[in-house]
Write a protein that binds this ligand. Sequence first.
Ligand code: NAI
Ligand code: AKB
Length: 313
Amino acid sequence: MVNTLRAKFGSENVIASDIKKPSIEQRNTGPFVYADVLNYRALEQIVVDYGIDWVVHFSAILSAAGERNPSLGLNVNMTGFQNVLDLAKAHNLRLLSPSTMGAFGPTTPKDSTPDLTVMRPNTIYGITKVHMELLGEYYREKYQVDFRSLRYPGIISADSPPGGGTTDYAVDIFHAALKHNSYESFLDADTRLPMAYIDDCIVGTMQLLEAPQEALTQRVYNVHACDFSPEELAGEIRRQHSDAFAITYRPDFRQAIADTWPRTMADEAARRDWGWNPVFGTADIVRVMFDKLGPVYSPGLAAEEMPAAVVAS
Ligand SMILES: NC(=O)C1=CN([C@@H]2O[C@H](COP(=O)(O)OP(=O)(O)OC[C@H]3O[C@@H](n4cnc5c(N)ncnc54)[C@H](O)[C@@H]3O)[C@@H](O)[C@H]2O)C=CC1
Ligand SMILES: CC(=O)[C@H](N)C(=O)O
């Protein structure tokens, strides 16, 4: 997302931030600052120092990580978001922060889940994301804060390791296929979930970010690209990569989370209002993941063994 924003708005005009050390690419392509979303004053200093107009707020503790450490999840996802929202109010910022299909819960209709429906999630992650959606809408109504959000499905990317979610299996599986030609899934064979490739996710996020106010008939939008189960993904991996690829199943606590999420989401409003139009289906995702990760696992120094920076003394 940072690269896309920099290509569009100029490298120096996009300030990337995290509490983690950036990749070499992030460091080399434009400004990168340490920013803890729990520290309002420090965030405000960045907004003032750099003359910020728009904030894209991604920081969050994902579903599985949130169940492992609920107080961290509550803190980062609720206090962190409220800090950013208050900053948006105080400095008249446009604020885009993604929500998730994890905002839905066990009593939500699972197929073609609409934008507006029962939302009673039973994970810390889901609860904090519903809080985010409602608070964002409240600030929009009450203070005219330009808050925008979209409920991502599971996002699949070769560029960064998965961050502690329930959909992580759909990234891990490609690394395991290349390393061992086998994978032990922590979700059951037939657990169908909505998914999207990162490029579709970035394009859609940019579209919503740039959409004119008058085009938006709501502030939070479902987005759906494709959906598959572990068994179907393994089948596509066998077709494209290796007949011998083997998958086994050992569901853990993440199964109970996945069981509460939609199988498919209805996203007509996103398509109509700001042009959501994903192009990657399951087979495309498998192809591009192997295209990107294949070279990483080719003979030679494994990617995870390569130093990012070296001190020679
Ligand atoms: N990856 C996915 O499949 C999906 C992601 N999303 C949403 O997209 C956003 C980004 O998700 P990912 O990149 O996958 O998550 P991630 O876990 O990879 O990245 C989250 C980032 O937040 C940062 N962070 C944690 N605590 C922080 C703090 N106190 N201050 C500043 N930064 C902090 C972490 O260092 C990390 O870089 C999140 O809001 C997530 O809810 C929504 C649905 C699906
Ligand atoms: C769908 C998400 O929000 C995320 N990938 C997770 O699994 O927690």
